[in-house]
Design a protein around this ligand. Structure first.
Ligand SMILES: Cc1cc2nc3c(=O)[nH]c(=O)nc-3n(C[C@H](O)[C@H](O)[C@H](O)COP(=O)(O)OP(=O)(O)OC[C@H]3O[C@@H](n4cnc5c(N)ncnc54)[C@H](O)[C@@H]3O)c2cc1C
Ligand SMILES: NC(=O)c1ccc[n+]([C@@H]2O[C@H](COP(=O)([O-])OP(=O)(O)OC[C@H]3O[C@@H](n4cnc5c(N)ncnc54)[C@H](OP(=O)(O)O)[C@@H]3O)[C@@H](O)[C@H]2O)c1
Length: 301
């Protein structure tokens, strides 16, 4: 609207008014993810000073990143795991994500502005002070040795890195124990994108992670393997970890992937349950697990 008023060409004014009033037209136009300078080129009759432009533009939003390290290792350092966002628009223009590309090039000596926003829920079991009364008796009995089902997709591996750093650091004092079911599914494109592979291999050898299940989506032409596909191959174990062992379940990654993983969990509960559980009932079960805090999600994208 503000830009529309600054256009001097009537045709461009009309087009801007149409984009301001019609959300469908705006979405279609925005699919090309026009930058400010491209927008100003497209609507060249817009007369605006830099000062005015800065008043009109919305404030740059902060980008959240999960902490990928444990303070037990170094209380003065915080590590993050960042996927550098690059993508093509529908008209094949290459675009780069602002913050992730900045982080890729920023010099180690530079100071950057950041703040910490604690997440009281996405924490290892037993590490969370109960904040609300739950209807799941087991949640209050969770300890650092509670079974873990972890689902990571792409940069969604980030918070799990802090989990295992914490597990390794605490294990040096004898607790958490090895050989407790801790299952980590990790979906990425190819083995080249298998982040922290070395650390995870060592954790597997030390039995601090008992099952490491990668899902490579672009290993073979025409054969996509997602976390969901691998889950179905381990459905019995997942089922018994949830039902017999009261495992805690964590998911992190894109919203689409987390929703698909949640659906697959419901499918496993439905198909493996000893009664004729319907899919709707399985979904209700998942809902209850979420409410009780036994399922934690961190979604983005
Ligand atoms: C709670 C939370 C935790 C997060 N933790 C992490 C983390 O640990 N590690 C991490 O890497 N990221 C994490 N993110 C995502 C992160 O905050 C940023 O969104 C991400 O780094 C992109 O920011 P950017 O500034 O580089 O991209 P931007 O400049 O914001 O560009 C992203 C824009 O590009 C679009 N886009 C991105 N990819 C495509 C594509 N393939 N096709 C079309 N459009 C696309 C998006 O819709 C978006 O509008 C987290 C997000 C949340 C909400
Ligand atoms: N080598 C590279 O250049 C490279 C590698 C990784 C990431 N990146 C960049 O980093 C950004 C984010 O990367 P990321 O690592 O967080 O995620 P990502 O690489 O985009 O996705 C992680 C994995 O999730 C899969 N996936 C996609 N949709 C899914 C769904 N519905 N359910 C389950 N799995 C699904 C992807 O498969 P498919 O994508 O094969 O469908 C991929 O194997 C992207 O913008 C990307 O451009 C680049």
């Amino acid at each position: 609207m503000a830009v529309q008023r600054l256009a001097t060409d009537n045709k461009q004014k009309g087009r801007l008014a149409h984009l301001a009033d019609n959300s469908e037209a705006y979405s279609l136009w925005a699919q090309s993810f026009s930058t400010v300078s491209e927008t100003l080129k497209e609507f060249s009759s817009v007369q605006v000073t830099l000062e005015k432009l800065l008043q009109i533009l919305p404030v740059l939003q902060p980008r959240p990143y999960s902490i990928s390290s444990s303070p037990f290792n170094d209380p003065n350092k915080v590590q993050i795991t960042v996927s550098v966002a690059e993508y093509l628009t529908p008209d094949n223009t290459k675009r780069k994500g602002l913050c992730s590309n900045f982080l890729q090039v920023v010099k180690t000596s530079s100071k950057i502005r950041l703040f910490v926003n604690p997440n009281p829920h996405f924490r290892l079991p037993g590490q969370v002070a109960p904040t609300k009364k739950t209807d799941d008796d087991n949640s209050s009995r969770a300890t650092i040795n509670t079974r873990l089902l972890m689902f990571a997709v792409g940069s969604g591996i980030a918070p799990f890195r802090s989990f295992w750093e914490e597990i390794v650091a605490l294990n040096e004092c004898g607790n958490p124990e090895p050989n407790i079911d801790r299952m980590l599914f990790f979906g990425c494109r190819t083995p080249n994108d298998f982040l922290y592979h070395g650390e995870l291999k060592k954790l597997s050898q030390d039995k601090l992670i008992t099952d490491l299940v990668p899902a490579f989506s672009r290993l073979k032409e025409g054969e996509k393997r997602y976390v969901q596909n691998e889950m179905m191959l381990h459905d019995q174990k997942i089922y018994s970890m949830i039902t017999d062992n009261n495992a805690y379940i964590y998911m992190c990654g894109s919203a689409a992937a987390c929703m698909a993983i949640e659906k697959t969990l419901a499918m496993i509960l439905e198909s493996r349950h000893y009664t004729n559980l319907t899919f709707g009932e399985a979904k209700e079960w998942i809902k209850k697990l979420k409410k009780s805090g036994r399922i934690q999600l961190e979604m983005f994208g």
